[in-house]
Design a protein around this ligand. Sequence first.
Ligand SMILES: *[C@@H]1O[C@H](CO)[C@@H](O)[C@H](O)[C@H]1NC(C)=O
Ligand SMILES: *[C@@H]1O[C@H](CO)[C@@H](O)[C@H](O)[C@H]1NC(C)=O
Ligand SMILES: *[C@@H]1O[C@H](CO)[C@@H](O)[C@H](O)[C@H]1NC(C)=O
Length: 162
Amino acid sequence: MRLSQLLPTFTFLASALAQSSLTAWEQIHQTLNTYPLAIDFKNGPRFNDVFSQDAFANYTGPLANLQGIDAIRDSLLASVAGLATQHQLGTSVIDIDASGTNANSTTYFTANLVSVAGSTAGDFTVLFGLYRDDLVKSADGWRINKRYLEFMTPNLGNLTLG
Ligand SMILES: *[C@@H]1O[C@H](CO)[C@@H](O)[C@H](O)[C@H]1NC(C)=O
Ligand SMILES: *[C@@H]1O[C@H](CO)[C@@H](O)[C@H](O)[C@H]1NC(C)=O
Ligand SMILES: *[C@@H]1O[C@H](CO)[C@@H](O)[C@H](O)[C@H]1NC(C)=O
């Protein structure tokens, strides 16, 4: 067998090894921090790296009752249509239970939402809040199974955007 034929296998093993060399805390931190990449780059498939298929999410308001990953992905992506966004995560405290398969976390975020379309182009909203998450470990890695968003301060800017 040629070396080039083996390369995909090496790459896969290297990636699996890299993942397993992370502690559970680090793996959970990676999952939490993949969310901004999914939402800000409007990358639908990346939501699979963040949420479990049967996840529930409450992002408040019209996004308060999202059941299952399809509803979570489609509703959140629809909510940022016409906006350029940056979700900045900060303080993150993660508790992992004794079984090593369940965890919960509290993570602060600041979300900057800027309209880039239509007559509101340039309008912005800044949201200050936190996520309370329950996570489960699956064969694919740690995934958010329940997410509750809470705002921490009044939000700024044109609130009809967010
Ligand atoms: C979603 O969260 C809001 C704010 O904390 C709360 O008022 C509401 O009852 C929650 N809804 C669901 C379905 O969990
Ligand atoms: C995890 O859940 C427990 C029980 O509700 C709570 O006391 C703890 O603060 C939570 N940990 C985090 C990091 O949110
Ligand atoms: C806020 O945005 C809405 C559209 O989402 C727009 O109709 C409204 O004029 C904007 N308000 C201000 C004060 O710019």
